[in-house]
Design a protein around this ligand. Structure first.
Ligand code: MV4
Length: 504
């Protein structure tokens, strides 16, 4: 095992990786920008090195500088987390060429899966089902129309270099083709410097289901099962769960074997994720493979009992995976991404000082966070501050537990997605599991429009409750799946937050 590892990231994921290192007895080196000098991840590590000004192009994206820091501090390995340098082929290669170990896939695997058309060709060759469509770039609108005629409308134009939905256009009739192709090309050129666009049959109303895979350097490639990630907005996931209500044991086995075949074909090593669309008939189609640790990895950890981050490091150190090929998920896990965004204001990013933070605890609750009371939240980095993750025996129990935990969560000083998550968990369609990739955007107006039950409490009632609460212990709260008892409008934690917010 390594004696020292450098974490080329910040925030909650840097802390998550430091925790894994501690448990493995590996010393840690954090890197930080000027904006993060006081950040919790800096104090959580054994040592920390400043790598430059706040903009990530002058700090967290400076691969060569980070490699120099690793060499200087005696770290033998670099974990990139997610985002930043995590999926850069050149960085994986530069780390290797510096005589260090990249905790992630080899550059060859990143390259094989980086371009969408290349990944599609690789998948097809490996017998992995992909959405019907082409694998080569389009010449012109006439060619696109001829292909669309074969598959039937609607079709989807996609950028070959794409990701995050950029350069994507739905085409519902031949008359729309020329304009859509122009728009997709322009967007792809701007975003990726490559205007190659291809066609796929447009799948209507699918779920986004992904399979976590993990591969060692000894030829073992395993599926750790699926995550349901359909609750997203503008390609930003908000809530993820494991398992998925739409995946039976038989489908899990088939999707798992498919993901393993794709990973093998790419020569994959370490943790990775195969993204699929799952249509209303139960057909699944490979979209792409993410060659990094994902934000939502904790839900898989909670239903499999496997510490994915520890195993990433063990694999990088040459260890062999000891798990059986047929893991059955146990219970249900849900994750809510706590972001510094104002859902009632179009998810406008919110910045400022966190005046007070109370983190939920109790049975089955996990908090993967990168903030504390006194933290300043700026606009330089991703708005995700923390992840609240719960585990329970059933989906209904997990929803009730997450609702309870969110009510304990108190963040004073900035706007967060907390209220939004509470409303989603109370939503009847969500509770039935009737979700697909367009569900959230369709449902959003009614979710953020309705006043939260607790904000209907008038200030006078809050004041009265505060007075009445002073001499009383904790009051009993009804569960969200309400069995007759009326839930009180507020919990003691919520009242405490109001008390703080009202203080001058
Ligand atoms: C699709 C699709 C429907 N049909 N492909 C969006 C980003 C990229 N990863 C692939 N995406 C999609 N590809 C076909 N043929 C719908 C989407 C899509 C989507 C996929 C996963 C998660 C969220 C999404 C939101 C909108 C569209």
């Amino acid at each position: 095992m390594f004696t020292k590892l450098l974490i080329a990231n910040r925030g909650e994921i840097a802390i998550r990786i430091i925790r894994a290192c501690r448990e493995l007895g590996v010393r840690t080196v954090a890197v930080y920008s000027d904006a993060d000098a006081q950040a919790p991840h800096v104090r959580a590590a054994d040592e920390a090195v400043n790598i430059g000004p706040a903009p990530s192009t002058q700090s967290y994206l400076l691969g060569e500088r980070i490699i120099e820091v690793a060499k200087r501090t005696g770290a033998q390995a670099i974990h990139p987390g997610y985002g930043f340098l995590s999926e850069r082929e050149w960085f994986s290669r530069a780390v290797r060429e510096a005589g260090l170990v990249f905790v992630g896939p080899p550059p060859e695997a990143i390259a094989a899966l980086g371009s969408k058309t290349a990944a599609r060709q690789l998948a097809i060759a490996a017998g992995v089902p992909v959405v019907p469509g082409t694998t080569e770039g389009l010449r012109d609108a006439a060619e696109a129309e001829a292909i669309a005629e074969r598959y039937g409308y609607p079709v989807l134009l996609k950028a070959a270099a794409g990701g995050g939905g950029k350069g994507m256009r739905v085409v519902r009739a031949p008359s729309e083709m020329a304009g859509a192709l122009d728009a997709a090309r322009r967007e792809a050129q701007n975003a990726f410097g490559d205007d190659t666009v291809y066609v796929e049959k447009y799948i209507v109303g699918p779920r986004h289901v992904e399979i976590q895979v993990i591969a060692d350097t000894h030829g073992t490639v395993l599926s750790l099962g699926e995550r349901e990630c359909s609750v997203q907005r503008r390609h930003q996931k908000m809530i993820e769960e494991a398992p998925s209500v739409a995946v039976s044991p038989a489908l899990r086995k088939r999707m798992g074997e498919t993901a393993v075949a794709a990973a093998r074909a790419a020569g994959y090593v370490n943790a990775g994720t195969c993204e699929f669309l799952l249509d209303q008939e139960g057909n699944f189609y490979f979209l792409e493979m993410n060659t990094r640790l994902q934000v939502e990895h904790p839900v898989t950890e909670l239903v499999t009992g496997i510490d994915i981050v520890q195993w990433q490091i063990r694999i990088a150190a040459g260890e062999k995976l000891p798990f059986p090929a047929d893991l059955t998920p146990r219970g249900w896990a849900i994750e809510c991404r706590i972001t510094s965004e104002d859902p009632s204001n179009g998810f406008l990013p919110s910045a400022g000082r966190i005046e007070y933070l109370h983190v939920p605890t109790g049975p089955g609750v996990r908090w993967d966070g990168g903030i504390e009371t006194g933290s300043t939240v700026g606009l330089h980095y991703d708005p995700m501050l923390a992840k609240l993750i719960v585990w329970a025996a059933t989906r209904d129990d997990a929803i009730a537990r997450m609702h309870r935990a969110l009510r304990e969560l108190t963040v004073v000083g900035i706007e967060t997605s907390r209220e939004f998550h509470l409303r989603v968990l109370e939503d009847e369609e969500f509770r039935r599991g009737a979700i697909e990739i367009q569900w959230l955007e369709r449902r959003l107006p009614s979710l953020v429009g309705a006043a939260a039950p607790e904000s209907q409490v008038t200030l006078a009632a809050v004041a009265a409750a505060l007075l009445a609460d002073r001499d009383r212990g904790m009051r009993r709260a009804a569960p969200v799946n309400g069995s007759g008892t009326q839930a009180p409008a507020t919990t003691p934690w919520e009242l405490a937050a109001r008390r703080d917010a009202l203080r001058p």
